[in-house]
Design a protein around this ligand. Structure first.
Ligand code: NCD
Ligand code: ZN
Length: 369
């Protein structure tokens, strides 16, 4: 991890950003983490890997209601719902969910690729009828891009996914909109850049993958809070992700993959995958863009490229980021008395912060999708 220097105070006004890959969970964790995202982000693509997963439109609608109920009075936020694809997904249900404005996208977890993905797809050909419908409707497919075969080394799972699954998928469905979620390798970055410039393949990049390489998971001992999936890769891959995020290239956009887990589930003999960044996400990205001399491209990455990909308007209002302070990320405590630790960047402190500005927020009406 490279330290981000703190220098003179700077203020930066940005179009309000969105988070295009977020885990909100449900119940007490949802109530604890949602206000942190809603304080900064206008919308978020909400991941469906609950227990049980959100596999149907009716469940997505109920989950959206639960999220809106958990939103503190006076806050505005639009959850964009996704359906969790399984071998048994009903194409008609997905179609209705999309047409009715309940579903924005569908998520492909290869079975057992990551946290709560046991019911994921065992063979992509099993969902071809669903993908046909999605292609016809212009509904995006969001992909956790890792193969799961036991004989594939964990650090190679994304690379091999590109060759074995993603390349044939793009050829089989030439008009399907796809997001390659949380890319972690230079190979994925190069692959996305090499696609025809038709806006149908996008990629999210997390904040933590811009800070971590694989050695950081083992620095001075095993670091469970630096463990997520896809796992962080070599330093050269981290640098390629920074280049991609700060390049201004329209295919790359912000998706935190903020994944809250109680500290007890992380600090365990079998610690679960997931890094929680919702409390500090934009501060983390700003530090990276600042260090790369690319603050002028942060708005494209955080606030413009995502809506363009999804065919949605950018948010109308803005936020202010400030550099100059030095803040330690605070843990989040749930009403069930669980503690969720925020990702700690190098040096342990953040030098960018989103300025509080609740009173300046223009009212935004909740919309369908
Ligand atoms: C995510 C989670 O905890 O739900 N974990 C992670 O390491 N990213 C699942 C996921 O997005 O892979
Ligand atoms: Zn995720």
């Amino acid at each position: 991890m490279k330290p981000v220097p703190a220098t003179a105070p700077v203020r930066l006004t940005l179009r309000r950003p969105d988070d295009w890959h977020l885990h909100l969970r449900d119940g007490a964790i949802l109530r604890a983490v949602l206000p942190l995202t809603a304080a900064v982000f206008g919308r978020a693509i909400v991941m469906p890997n609950l227990r049980p997963p959100v596999t149907h439109t009716a469940h997505a609608r109920a989950y959206r209601d639960e999220i809106m109920k958990a939103l503190p009075a006076g806050m505005q936020f639009q959850p964009l719902m996704t359906a969790y694809l399984t071998d048994a997904t009903d194409a008609k249900d997905i179609e209705h969910g999309f047409h009715d404005g309940v579903l924005t996208a569908a998520k492909l977890y290869p079975a057992n690729a990551t946290t709560h993905s046991e019911l994921g797809v065992t063979d992509i050909r099993k969902i071809y009828p669903v993908l046909e419908r999605m292609q016809a409707m212009g509904m995006p497919l969001l992909i956790h891009g890792e193969v799961t075969e036991a004989d594939v080394d964990i650090f190679d799972r994304e690379n091999i996914f590109i060759d074995r699954i993603l390349t044939p998928l793009l050829a089989a469905f030439p008009a399907l909109k796809i997001v390659f979620e949380h890319v972690t390798t230079s190979d994925a970055v190069d692959f996305v850049k090499a696609q025809a410039d038709d806006g149908r393949l996008g990629a999210t990049i997390t904040a933590h993958h811009l800070f971590l390489n694989r050695s950081d998971i083992f620095k001075g001992g095993l670091r469970p809070h630096h463990y997520c999936l896809p796992v962080a890769k070599r330093e050269r891959h981290r640098l390629a992700l920074i280049d991609a995020a700060t390049s201004g290239h329209a295919a790359f956009f912000l998706g935190t993959d903020s994944a809250p887990h109680p500290v007890t589930a992380k600090e365990s003999a079998c610690g679960c995958a997931g890094i929680f960044t919702a409390a500090t996400a934009l501060d983390l990205y700003a530090g990276i863009f600042d260090a790369a001399g690319a603050l002028d491209r942060l708005e494209a990455f955080a606030s413009l490229n995502g809506p363009r990909f999804y065919g949605l308007p950018a948010n109308a209002d803005s936020i202010v980021l400030e550099r100059g302070g030095s803040v330690e990320p605070a843990p989040v405590r749930t009403e069930a008395d669980d503690t969720i630790l925020s990702f700690t960047p190098p040096g342990g402190r953040l030098h960018w912060r989103v300025a509080p500005q609740a009173s300046e927020r223009s009212p935004r009406q909740p919309r369908e999708r």
